[in-house]
Design a protein around this ligand. Structure first.
Ligand SMILES: Cc1ncc(COP(=O)(O)O)c(C=O)c1O
Length: 409
């Protein structure tokens, strides 16, 4: 199927927040990389959970059995969303950062002094900080260099994956610059030395169909609130990968995957809402199975978002005083996230002025602080970031462009 302006316009009616007008302002939500709005079905699903089965799992009474059923459905839906081998590959947690701390601590226990972990200068701190922490135990951290173009230095990456490398932690896509990294190459290089590949797909998952089986990573993390769901972190583990890890867990806890890393009681209502978000996305695609509908929908949404972001990118770069950072749109594989700086006005002041007009864009480093530092932008207040979602329209971007023109003059 195709996802067109008309589909996007139609989908806007499904998101109650898009018709909410604080102080009478029509809002243009262009802050998708920070988090997306949720469709009514997600809100209703969570409301229904609290109204009908707000009890714990594994009880011998009907509401509890209903929670078990909903949790099974949610794992199956997220497994379909990611193209995972089975629902047992899907663990849930508070958010990506918390899950990555738990994962890295467990992997860290299997490492010795002098073992190396490779991270990148481009990644969000959530895929750097948890690994950097392991230096306390004698693990050596290496970093793949970020080039001025917004791409990772692939020669540097290849040179730093050696027999000492035990883990390569890399983002599938940058939340600051929209760069899409070559995960297939990362897999080939890590396979040669037997290193684990841990992929942060938080910014990739909302914008591209994912297929963890084909890409073959050991672990992948993403976050429901970036793809129209509630705040739930997701960890995919390749079959067998999690069972080998000494995770932090209680002696009474199920030691098998996917529960092995799920400490305490999960946010069941939000997990149920995440299932509704995945099914909502699938509803925009066609096919015989949920997986087919997801891939079809995500491919179509991806193309739509790419077109919109390219329109903004091509227009904003011609404005006097505006500079676009990150890779250009000649390659298809680029997330619909465009960051700029403006001469004479910092990103914070620009975002504030635009915010007053109902244009929601983000400023600063967005926790990709290392990348913003490497680009020499930390002292200048970082970047002004625009992110396109399935409900974004050309009108939203025209309003943003008009706002930027006003700021520049
Ligand atoms: C690329 C990327 N990785 C990781 C995270 C952290 O995700 P969470 O908020 O679920 O911990 C974010 C959040 O913005 C992100 O954009």
């Amino acid at each position: 199927m195709a996802f067109t302006d008309e589909h996007s316009l139609r989908c806007r009616a499904d998101f109650p927040a898009l018709s909410h007008k604080p102080q009478g302002l029509d809002l243009a939500y262009l802050d998708g990389p920070g988090g997306s709005q949720v469709p009514r079905i997600v809100i209703d699903t969570m409301g229904d959970f609290y109204a009908t089965c707000n009890v714990n799992t594994h009880g011998k009474f009907a509401p509890s059995q209903e929670v078990d059923r909903r949790m099974d459905l949610a794992r199956a839906a997220v497994a379909s969303f990611l193209g995972a081998e089975s629902p047992a590959c899907i663990s849930f947690g508070q958010n990506m950062t918390t899950l990555n701390y738990a994962l890295s601590a467990a992997i860290g226990r299997t490492l010795g002094k002098g073992d190396e972990i490779l991270i990148t200068q481009l990644d969000h701190e959530a895929n750097r900080g948890p690994w950097l922490r392991l230096q306390e135990h004698g693990v050596v951290i290496q970093e793949v260099r970020l080039l001025g173009s917004g791409l990772l230095d692939l020669n540097d990456m290849a040179a730093k994956i050696t027999s000492r490398t035990k883990v390569f932690a890399v983002g599938a896509s940058s939340n600051a610059l929209g760069t899409v990294n070559d995960i297939a190459l990362a897999r080939r290089l890590t396979d040669v030395v037997g290193a684990l590949l841990v992929v942060d797909a938080v910014h990739y998952a909302p914008h591209f169909p994912l297929d963890v089986k084909t890409l073959g990573m050991d672990f992948l993390l993403c976050s429901g609130y970036k793809f129209y769901g509630p705040h739930v972190g997701v960890l995919y583990s390749k079959p067998g990968a999690l069972d080998r890890l000494p995770t932090d867990r209680l002696s009474v806890q199920d030691p098998a995957a996917p529960h092995r890393i799920e400490t305490g009681t999960l946010n069941h209502a939000a997990i149920d809402g995440l299932r509704a978000a995945v099914e909502y996305l699938a509803g925009w695609g066609s096919g015989a199975t949920l997986r087919e509908r997801i891939v079809d929908a995500m491919s179509a949404i991806s193309a739509y978002e790419h077109g919109l972001a390219k329109f903004y990118h091509d227009a904003v770069r011609t404005l006097p005083g505006a500079r676009v950072w990150g890779p250009d749109f000649s390659a298809r594989s680029r997330a619909p996230t465009v960051s700029i700086t403006l001469d004479g006005i910092g990103a914070g002041a620009a975002a504030e002025a635009l915010g007053k007009e109902g244009i929601c864009v983000w400023d600063g480093h967005f926790y990709a602080a290392r990348a913003v530092g490497v680009l020499g932008l930390s002292e200048r207040g970082g970047l002004l970031r625009t992110g396109v979602s399935m409900y974004s329209s050309r009108k939203d971007l025209e309003r943003l462009l008009a706002g930027i023109v006003k700021l520049a003059s």
